[in-house]
Design a binder for this molecule. Structure first.
Ligand code: NAP
Length: 466
């Protein structure tokens, strides 16, 4: 009698594409599944693991980054393998995966960002938060970006979510405070030359609908060099929001209370300002000689939509705010991968409860699953991914029970990659690189040093192997 996949003599072979939090939580759930013997091969196009924990979480939030210790423990499992520097579409495609695995989990996140769709968006000096965050975190994709902070004094950040908070804080924090972190050397060098004194945070809705967490805005107010400034008029809630607030979580009340208190303090006395604006949305980015010079905003009032959620309605009142740079922080968006369906409207992989669909609204594609931002869109904190990935793995285990699997006829992916000349980074390679980055960091007075390009990372990996 032949063995069933997942039995002791025929491990369930699972490929996880991506190595961020949702990928590791999926691996953990598979290893913990009762009565299932799973082997997980995790792939990343970068030579390094951990996705947004390495390339997204701000360098001055090392407490959040320390979650990597949890992922290291998961990787200790005997059934875990890592294949870094392997890109889907270049080194491996969906058909290769189907030939080698019983199931595949797409943990590919949301690698792009939304556009404002207004005139002037492509002027010099208009950047996405995604680029800036990747650049200061030493993400190889963004090494070649440049942000002229030396020539800027006032900067606009569009959107007021937690990414906008990270961007604002990095712009307002003293470089001396950032120096001991794992911030990219090129970013620290530019931040040391920065003349940014004011960040204007543009929220299209009111203070009760601000997307930031209380902790994040309060952290900026606690910076030695920056005040959080909001006018009494913009901190005040309209009647509709005051009523709506009653039904909101404690964090929303804390935001409103904080902003009301800040409004009473006026301009403050610190040299730098985070100026929180509400009920204003950019309608045009104006330039001078090809560079952004101002944001024209249109004011709005709030009205309930069909579900009672406050939405902005533009009114006939405009304002022009002179700025030297603009950072758009209006949410991330997935990018299509070859061989995998994509929901262009939602910017995610179409799925029902983590089961990937053949196309948006079409049938389930057996053996394919999705977790994290690629599944639910770009929302939630690192920890949100744990229950989310577990939920997808539950569906995988249900399908395993009913033998709804792929039918692989090959099992040695390492040999396959070697036959194609792919120099993949193993978990052991990564552990050596990790130790080296920490050691180099210590020598430089930082917690970690990161080589800024894939070529430099791979050269280091090869040197360490030798
Ligand atoms: P987000 O929380 O969804 O915030 C997006 C912001 O952009 C909102 O203020 C939104 O306003 C605004 N926006 C969207 N489209 C706009 C437009 N066309 N014009 C003007 N404003 C627009 O997204 P995020 O900041 O990218 O964060 C993504 C997720 O990561 C969130 O769950 C966040 O909490 C999490 N995160 C957490 C941390 C942390 O814990 N330290 C750090 C970074 C990120 P509306 O609300 O009106 O739509």
């Amino acid at each position: 009698m032949s063995s069933r996949p997942g039995s002791p003599d025929l491990p369930l072979r699972v490929c996880i594409v991506g190595s961020g939090p949702s990928a590791f939580y999926a691996a953990e759930a598979l290893f913990k599944a009762a009565g299932v013997n799973a082997r997980v091969d995790m792939f990343d196009r970068l030579p390094t693991p951990f996705g947004l924990v390495r390339g997204g979480v701000a360098p001055d939030h090392q407490n959040i980054k320390s979650v990597a210790k949890v992922y290291n423990k998961i990787a200790d499992h005997a059934g875990f393998n890592f294949f870094g520097n392997v890109k889907i579409g270049r080194d491996l495609d969906a058909a290769d995966i189907e030939r080698h695995y019983h199931m595949v989990v797409w943990a590919i996140g949301c690698e792009s960002d939304n556009r404002l769709g207004i005139p002037g968006e492509d002027l010099h000096g208009v950047h996405s938060a995604t680029e800036f965050v990747g650049w200061y975190n030493g993400h190889p994709d963004f090494r070649d970006r440049s942000f002229d902070l030396a020539a800027a004094t006032r900067v606009a950040v569009v959107g007021n979510g937690n990414v906008a908070m990270d961007v604002s804080r990095i712009l307002l924090e003293s470089p001396a405070a950032l120096a001991p972190t794992d911030i990219a050397d090129h970013a620290l060098a530019m931040l040391r030359k920065s003349h940014v004194r004011e960040v204007v945070l543009l929220g299209r809705r009111g203070p009760a609908q601000a997307a930031f967490s209380p902790k994040e805005i309060e952290e900026i107010a606690a910076l030695p060099e920056a005040d959080v400034v909001v006018t009494q008029a913009e901190a005040a809630l309209d009647e509709f929001s005051a009523d709506w607030l009653e039904r909101q979580p404690r964090s929303t009340h804390r935001n409103v209370k904080f902003l009301t208190e800040q409004a009473k303090q006026g301009e403050g006395h610190k040299p730098k300002k985070l100026r929180c604006r509400f009920l204003v949305a950019p309608v045009e980015l104006q330039g001078k000689a090809g560079r952004v010079a101002a944001v024209r905003v249109q004011h709005a009032v709030l009205e309930p939509d069909q579900s009672g959620t406050p939405r902005p309605r533009s009114i006939d009142r405009y304002e022009t705010i002179p700025v030297d740079l603009v950072f758009k922080s209006i949410g991330y968006r997935g990018v299509p991968l070859p061989g995998l369906a994509f929901d262009d409207k939602k910017g995610i992989v179409p799925n029902v409860d983590g089961r990937v669909l053949q196309a948006p609204g079409a049938a389930v594609r057996a053996g394919h699953y999705v977790v994290g931002w690629a599944k639910r869109g770009p929302t939630g904190l690192v920890g949100t991914n744990s229950p989310d990935s577990k939920a997808t793995v539950e569906k995988m285990l249900e399908d395993l029970q009913h033998a709804r699997l792929l039918h692989p006829n090959q099992s040695d992916i390492a040999a396959f990659l070697r036959s194609k000349g792919v120099d993949f980074v193993s978990w052991q390679d990564w552990q050596q690189l990790d130790a080296w980055e920490l050691q180099q960091g210590t020598a430089k007075g930082k917690c970690r040093h990161k080589e800024p390009t894939v070529e430099a990372l791979m050269a280091t990996v090869r040197k360490l192997r030798a």
